[in-house]
Design a protein around this ligand. Structure first.
Ligand code: M6R
Length: 366
């Protein structure tokens, strides 16, 4: 049942190229210039009415939502606020008939997320959900559903659900951009073509385990690990940090690299492990400065950069390269080494990877 893999998590990590491909099938095609999202019934008039979009979710799905904010704001030019469901539902959010709420959930059964949906729906919001489990409670209560085709996810730590949620969010953002006319047909086509290449790039990233295993065998005894990144890399850093703490029980935090000086850099001392995400071309130079800052305080830096950006090698203690991919399309590729890193750290420590302590796959209580 684990398909020859030692754990469900490792199997699911390797299923990502296929899961992503399946989530694009019938929606993103080479030969047509449009995005086909037959399941969702948003019109140009609807979009003109929505002054604001909320994305609401928990845990990993929330982290996918943080990336979704960048994508929708960047491509479709609609302001997006992202909130964790347990906060959103109790803070009396400013939601009305002019609001679109995008709910993200793998299981479709997370209690706080479902309650947030009902809260927003009761106030007249239009609900579009991104769900993996067909016919789940969240799917049934939503006005529109865009399914991720990740297949069953068994491991408590979410992997293929995250990457397919991000793909669904590209689809939504592109669909909105198409309806609103914020992107030219050529620009949409260029993004679609690059999306269709993502499975191959992820496959390539999956083949690159040596540096990660080396890192895990050296650092699995660490008490704290810090992740830093900027822009979309910051959203991915949060996910990498959650994955690590969830299955290896190592304390970790993720920071927007520009925030280091505002407090967290006080924690850096000789040997502190910092994982620096450097997959955003536009922010690469800024990240180089941040890496120098933590190195100067004695940090052990593991950098994750794109092929071609080799300068970091001269500063970082270890560097892992991911295949070249544009800044906007990078999260599904950048997260791969972080998933593997969490996995190998947990294996090194002898943790129960698929069933980490204190956690349930689907959180149906408050
Ligand atoms: O089923 P959902 O997507 O609604 O679940 C949300 C979170 O409980 C889930 O992503 C959780 O954070 C994972 N264990 C993270 O790996």
């Amino acid at each position: 049942e684990k398909g020859g893999y030692r754990h469900f998590m490792l199997k699911e990590i390797h299923e990502q190229p296929k899961a992503i491909k399946d989530t694009m099938t019938g929606r993103i095609a080479k030969d047509s210039d449009a995005i086909r999202l037959d399941d969702i019934k948003l019109t140009a008039e609807d979009l003109a009415r929505f002054g604001k979009i909320f994305i609401v979710a928990c845990g990993t799905a929330y982290h996918a939502g943080l990336a979704g904010k960048y994508l929708i704001e960047h491509l479709a030019k609609i302001p997006v606020e992202v909130d964790v469901a347990s906060e959103f539902r109790y803070r009396n959010p400013l939601v009305d008939e002019k609001t679109l709420v995008i709910i993200i959930s793998q299981s479709g059964e997370t209690l706080d997320t479902f309650a947030a949906l009902k809260e927003a729906k009761g106030k007249g919001a239009r609900i579009l959900s991104v769900v993996n489990v067909v016919g789940s409670s969240i799917a049934r209560e939503s006005h529109d559903v865009l399914y991720t085709w990740a297949g069953p996810e068994i491991a408590v730590a979410s992997t293929k659900a995250y990457t397919t949620q991000i793909i669904a969010l590209y689809e939504i953002a592109l669909h909105m951009a198409d309806l609103k006319g914020t992107l030219s047909k050529e620009a949409i086509k260029a993004i679609k073509d690059e999306m269709l290449n993502l499975p191959a790039k992820i496959e390539k990233a999956l083949g690159n385990k040596e540096e990660i295993q080396k890192f895990a065998s050296k650092n699995s005894g660490e008490k704290d690990v810090f992740f830093i990144g900027r822009g979309l890399d910051y959203a991915v850093a949060l996910e990498g940090s959650l994955k690590l703490k969830e299955i290896s029980y190592i304390h970790s935090d993720a920071y927007a690299a520009g925030e280091l000086k505002h407090g967290p850099i006080a924690l850096i001392e000789e040997g502190t492990v910092v994982i620096a995400l450097m997959a955003q071309h536009e922010l690469y130079e800024k990240m180089l400065s941040n890496v120098k800052e933590v190195k100067a305080r004695g940090a052990y830096v593991f950098a994750i950069a794109k092929e071609g950006n080799r300068e970091v090698e001269t500063i970082a203690d270890q560097t892992l390269y991911i295949p070249e991919v544009s800044d906007m399309l990078s999260p599904t590729v950048t997260v791969i080494p972080l998933q593997l890193l969490a996995y190998y750290m947990a294996v090194e420590k002898g943790c129960d990877v698929d069933m980490p302590r204190n956690l349930a796959k689907s959180v149906t209580v408050e």
